[in-house]
Design a protein around this ligand. Structure first.
Ligand code: ZN
Length: 364
């Protein structure tokens, strides 16, 4: 039995974190969301170079394709390898055959002399001052990539690691280029006040990842990207995305934990159900499908699955459904569950080598 659908969209990914699985334990056990960022993710992104980014992106794109995800909306950061990083990711996705919509997440969390400004983030003084050198480089990478015809957003990490001047510069650049801003919003309690700072700058083109702690009725504009697995993993709470119905579109992303969107749909459903026993899987299914509004080209992609029917009341209770064949832009890029344009075995081997190099950098 099989059924064919259009391609799925992962509407918030971090391809740079594909190699993080199995990474060495952090120097201390994180006790809250900010220390998870500080001890894990901000150490990982600081260790990236362009070669590691390339293999991380190729493996992430391959795994997306194998899950019938034909478009990835990525949010990238690599503070010691900024220039050209978006080209590397775009080329990696194109080689595998997956559509990509990219951005570089600008931030002021690094001081101009290269230290992590953790105290300024914790006490809120990071807001003050002009755009930092690192944020200027990030803005330039977004601008360079987009002006050269790259598809994407202007990226911002999150308001709580950014100066007001940087948020204004990012919003202004996005408006000039006719795109939105893609950023983390109220993911954890540390981002309190973010929506008030961002609302005057925001537009309907913005992509707002998480919104777990976004106050009800807030006028911040944009599409909400919901990441149920990541939110559980970081113990930040449940976003209750159903509360945005009628106010803002809601889409689903993985926040870097693969790109299996049927799996993320199942989690979105069961998280919703845990909060409201009267709900069914239809709202989570609509969030999954709304990803196509952000990357309309996926309507022309065709994914043949190992199961039928591809309907929410079936799929919510049917783990393990696999993509068998994928056609993107008229070309068959997966046949019999195997990528056709690239050697999956080689990508996995090279990615494992890059992961060993990345982990060695984390140990020093
Ligand atoms: Zn994220």
């Amino acid at each position: 039995m099989s059924a064919t659908t259009t391609g799925l969209v992962c509407a918030h990914h971090h391809l740079y974190s594909t190699l993080a699985r199995g990474m060495p334990a952090p120097p201390a056990a994180p006790t809250d969301f900010l220390s998870i960022l500080e001890l894990i993710w901000w150490r990982l992104d600081a260790a990236l170079d362009l070669d590691i980014i390339e293999w991380s992106a190729k493996l992430g794109a391959l795994e997306a394709l194998e899950c019938g995800t034909t478009a990835v909306i990525d949010h990238h950061e690599s503070p010691h390898a900024i220039e050209g990083s978006l080209d590397v990711i775009a080329a990696a996705c194109a080689e595998v055959g997956v559509r990509s919509v990219l951005c570089y997440g600008v931030t002021d969390r690094w001081t101009d002399d290269g230290r992590l400004a953790v105290h300024a983030i914790r006490d809120g003084t990071v807001r003050r001052g002009g755009v930092s050198a690192g944020a200027r480089r990030g803005l330039a990478e977004n601008e360079r990539f987009l002006r050269a015809g790259g598809r994407g957003y202007v990226g911002v990490h999150a308001a709580f690691t950014c100066r007001d001047a940087t948020l204004e510069a990012a919003a202004g650049l996005a408006a000039d280029l006719g795109v939105g801003v893609h950023l983390h919003v109220h993911e954890g309690p540390d981002d309190a006040g973010a929506a008030d700072r961002l609302a005057p700058l925001s537009s309907d083109r913005w992509l707002l990842a998480h919104c777990v702690h976004l106050p009800d009725g807030h006028p911040l504009r944009g599409t909400v990207s919901h990441q149920p697995r990541s939110n559980l993993n970081n113990a930040v709470g449940y976003a209750r995305p159903a509360r945005f119905a009628g106010e803002r579109p809601v889409v689903l992303g993985t926040d870097g934990i693969g790109a299996d969107m049927l799996e993320e749909f199942r989690l979105a459903y069961v998280a919703h159900r845990a909060d409201d026993v009267t709900t069914g899987p239809d709202p989570a299914w609509r969030w999954l499908q709304a990803g196509a509004d952000l990357v309309p080209d996926v309507a022309g992609d065709a994914v043949t699955w190992s199961y039928e029917p591809m309907q929410p009341w079936h799929l919510a209770f049917t783990p393990g459904v696999r993509a068998v064949r994928v056609e993107i832009d008229g070309a068959v890029v997966l046949e019999g569950g195997v990528a056709t344009r690239v050697d999956a075995g080689e990508i996995r081997a090279k990615a494992a080598e890059a992961a060993r190099r990345l982990f060695a950098r984390l140990d020093v």
